[in-house]
Design a protein around this ligand. Structure first.
Ligand SMILES: NC(=O)c1ccc[n+]([C@@H]2O[C@H](COP(=O)([O-])OP(=O)(O)OC[C@H]3O[C@@H](n4cnc5c(N)ncnc54)[C@H](O)[C@@H]3O)[C@@H](O)[C@H]2O)c1
Length: 286
């Protein structure tokens, strides 16, 4: 979507970190901004900051785990701005732990926010964007943890791989249409992700303070400025760029994963159980 001026963006998790970076970059490019976040105070502070610069912005308190609330937010956004063109499914929570030992409540929390939150955003907004016919763009925030394995964060990685899968499927489905599709896969970014449990809903065990010695909290503080990621996302929307990476220098780690996967195909070609088995040479939809 080359021409973003005057268009409207709905950004989940827009009160902090990369979502706020996107709001700032989009607003500076002349877009209207609806910030949707579970934290009402920071969302309002973000709107006040944007309005003080003369930009058009509003906010809604929304929990992305709630589909009905997302439909209601879509309705309110249309009521306020008339149309939505860009959806950023960005709200997410960080949560450490191995798949086999992480508390089940944390598993459910991270899946409900990071995976179902994205699905709810798509369900509530994609039909509305398609209905006005002016075109649009969807950006969902995954992570490098959706491209390569990071040990010790099994549930988080699972949600981020799932987001890559959803967005890659949409890239195929929307090819040639006026709906651009991107997946954002950042490396370390200096945001408040390390204190995600500040927002943990009661259903998942309630809010908790981060451990100041937590590896994630400390690692993130050395990360990239989230405003730079916001500018990158704007550029990606304008360029219709499907994959948005923040760390071009770590591409070789993905190459190692691709090589390991290819060795699985090489093994299958020699596997005794498959010898002399006849199969179709393509899969459905390929
Ligand atoms: N910071 C990093 O290094 C990094 C790296 C890769 C991916 N990510 C991803 O980036 C996205 C943005 O996170 P961030 O790093 O900017 O962290 P952040 O904590 O600064 O921002 C996340 C925002 O999401 C909001 N949020 C949390 N739960 C919500 C819910 N249920 N409903 C609505 N809003 C909710 C928070 O209030 C917050 O404003 C997340 O999806 C995260 O997984 C972050």
């Amino acid at each position: 979507m080359k021409d973003v001026k005057g268009k409207t963006a709905f950004i989940t998790g827009g009160a902090s970190g990369m979502g706020l970076g996107m709001a700032r970059a989009f607003a500076a490019a002349g877009m209207k901004i609806m910030i949707a976040d579970i934290e009402a105070g920071p969302a309002q502070a973000a709107v006040d900051e944007l309005k003080a610069k003369g930009y058009d912005a509003a906010c809604l308190q929304v929990d992305v785990t709630n589909l009905e609330a997302m439909h209601a937010a879509a309705k309110k956004t249309i009521g306020h701005f008339g149309k939505v063109h860009v959806l950023c499914n960005n709200a997410g929570v960080g949560c450490g732990g191995r798949s086999e030992t992480a508390k089940m409540r944390n598993w459910q929390w991270v899946v409900d926010v990071n995976l179902w939150g994205v699905v709810h955003g798509l369900q509530a907004f994609v039909p509305l964007i398609q209905a006005h016919g002016e075109g649009g763009h969807i950006v969902s925030t995954s992570s490098m943890a959706g491209m390569i394995t990071i040990a010790g964060t099994g549930p988080y990685n699972a949600t981020k791989y799932a987001v890559v899968g959803i967005m890659e499927t949409m890239m195929v489905e929307q090819k040639g249409t006026n709906l651009g599709i991107s997946v954002l896969c950042p490396g370390l970014v200096a945001t408040n992700l390390g204190t995600s449990a500040r927002n943990r809903q009661d259903a998942y065990g309630g809010a908790a303070k981060a451990n100041p010695n937590d590896l994630m909290v400390n690692a993130l503080s050395d990360g990239l400025d989230p405003d730079i990621v916001g500018k990158q996302v704007l550029e990606a929307v304008q360029d219709n760029q499907p994959y948005i990476f923040t760390n071009p220098e770590v591409g070789h780690v993905f190459e190692s994963r691709a090589k390991a996967i290819m060795s699985g195909f090489a093994w299958a070609a020699k596997c005794k159980a498959l010898l002399d088995v006849k199969q179709p040479s393509t899969l459905p939809g390929m």
